[in-house]
Design a protein. Sequence first.
Length: 216
Amino acid sequence: MYKYIFLDLDGTVTESAEGILNSVAYALEKLGHPVEDKNVLRPFIGPPLSESFREFYGFDEETTALGVKYYREYYPEKGIFENRLYDGIKELLKKLSDSGRTVALATSKPEPFAVRILEHYGVAEYFDLIAGSTFDASRNDKTSVLRYAVEKCGVKELDSAIMVGDRKHDVIGAHEVGMKCAYVLFGYGSREEAEKYKADHIIEDVAGLGKFLLDQ
């Protein structure tokens, strides 16, 4: 049985595409790169924001920093609540919490934003820890967030812990820390990505995730 369950936020707990895409589009517009079809920005969902600006637009450090700054002009005011919980997630979180397991959030999103989102949707109470990135970039990728979360939760045996997420960064981070990863297909990744990065388990839907985590 996995006693420690670490969950990603975007694409795992929340369907957050609208707010993220609107925020990225706002930032790109201010940088002189207007986007007609926001769907082309979907790869921005999940990875650290600065990494995505560099990878997908080739921005240098200065422009990337501006992009993050502009993103954060829109996101805390509007984008942060342009999302919703996945159907069945609230019920699953309650069951996991009631089962006595330690449930933690591990997200690349800045921690204060993650706290606001979970509180807004009434599920913060089901998490023993909410761990996210920091604004000063001292903790800014999934591996560093997971290491921090593992330490805060007092995990001694990593085979009793699992990361649940929907992108390659969740798999990479989990494996670098030393735990397994369950990759969910109801988020923003793909089966091809899950297989390429050797996710330990591939889960189709929220119901399947509940069965996987609770029936052990």
